[in-house]
Design a protein around this ligand. Structure first.
Ligand SMILES: Cc1cc2nc3c(=O)[nH]c(=O)nc-3n(C[C@H](O)[C@H](O)[C@H](O)COP(=O)(O)OP(=O)(O)OC[C@H]3O[C@@H](n4cnc5c(N)ncnc54)[C@H](O)[C@@H]3O)c2cc1C
Length: 297
């Protein structure tokens, strides 16, 4: 059995590749350059894609390889371009497709998938003969493989899509998905200036600062790429500290994979206390200096 993995975002490759590596042999399709994330992911071969916006050409190539039997299964990162390719490819190769899988087991030609809804509160388990899957971020803990894969450029036919313009999202220069420790702030912070009161604690535990959607998207106290949650980044740090975050399901969906969760909130009935390993009921601006003092000792 051989599969392909397609991701137009290099940072999503290690997790999906680790997951598919456990199922058998696979080739990887991703935009270059051939970074360690690509060449040490366990793929039999890495095919670099010049322009991930050529979704029609990519779908055509992979559909011909699925139809010829070269690939039995396809796993596509669930990004805007990835979902575009999945729809086209399912139609062209005439295969069933399941979107946003969180887990999969294969038995003969039966695929048993799990999908998570409402931030993981509801799980849909299905059996189908689907051979194509878009994959939710963080499906497996990424592992690097020592052996390097050979690399060549994917041979794509000309695309009928013309990109008229594109704009880079503003970035704070930090990749919160790779952080081992995260201090995440919510609306309880009050205002942007108070971020300076959080920094001594974040520095003391060597954490990066992230935030809830209001903090990143609505008030712009932090850049958008630091948003944790359903519509933000999915993080899995060793330690996640939630400060002044109520713990709505859309936020929990982004940090549920964290190993240890600590919450500080002045409302003892805040839902975050149902999700944390350690909780402190109190005002973060009173609690944090005491924690920093203890950490210094
Ligand atoms: C489609 C959709 C997608 C969404 N995606 C996301 C997402 O990706 N990420 C996300 O975060 N949200 C997301 N949301 C929004 C989500 O529903 C919540 O509105 C949001 O998470 C609330 O943010 P918050 O906890 O910072 O604010 P609030 O809910 O207002 O909570 C603030 C908390 O701070 C506490 N507090 C106040 N002052 C202090 C203090 N001094 N010390 C300690 N505690 C204090 C309060 O008790 C309160 O619990 C989404 C919503 C929708 C509809």
């Amino acid at each position: 059995m051989k599969s392909f993995v397609l991701s137009d975002d290099q940072s999503l490759v290690p997790s999906i590749a680790t997951f598919v590596h456990g199922l058998g042999e696979f080739d990887l399709y991703a935009p270059g350059p051939a970074s360690p994330a690509l060449i040490r992911c366990g793929a039999s071969k890495v095919f670099t894609i010049k322009d991930p916006n050529m979704t029609d050409s990519i779908a055509e190539l992979l559909a011909s390889k699925m139809s010829s039997g070269e690939y039995q299964y396809g796993f596509i990162a669930s990004t805007v371009n990835g979902r575009d390719v999945a729809g086209l490819l399912a139609y062209r190769a005439n295969v069933g497709s399941v979107a946003e899988i969180g887990s999969l087991s294969l038995s003969g030609s039966t695929a048993r998938t799990k999908r998570y809804f409402f931030g993981g509160k509801s799980i849909l388990e299905e059996e189908s003969s689907s051979r194509l899957f878009t994959v939710a971020p963080g499906i497996a803990e990424a592992k690097e493989i020592a052996a390097e894969s050979p690399v060549e450029e994917a041979s794509l036919s000309p695309s009928k899509i013309t990109v008229l313009s594109s704009e880079e999202k503003k970035s704070g220069g930090v990749d919160i998905e790779k952080a081992q420790a995260i201090v995440s702030v919510g609306r309880g912070l009050g205002n942007k200036d108070k971020l300076s009161s959080i920094e001594p604690f974040a520095n003391a535990i060597n954490a990066v600062i992230a935030g809830s959607r209001p903090v990143c998207l609505d008030y712009h106290w932090l850049s958008e790429d630091r948003q944790v949650g359903l519509s933000g980044k999915k993080v899995r740090p060793k330690v996640y500290v939630a400060l002044g975050i109520s713990g709505q399901i859309q936020h929990i969906a982004g940090m549920r994979g964290s190993k240890i969760v600590i919450a500080i909130n002045k409302d003892k009935s805040a839902p975050i206390f149902e999700e944390c390993d350690y909780g402190i009921v109190g005002d973060m601006f009173e609690v944090l200096p005491k924690l920093v003092d203890q950490l210094k000792k």
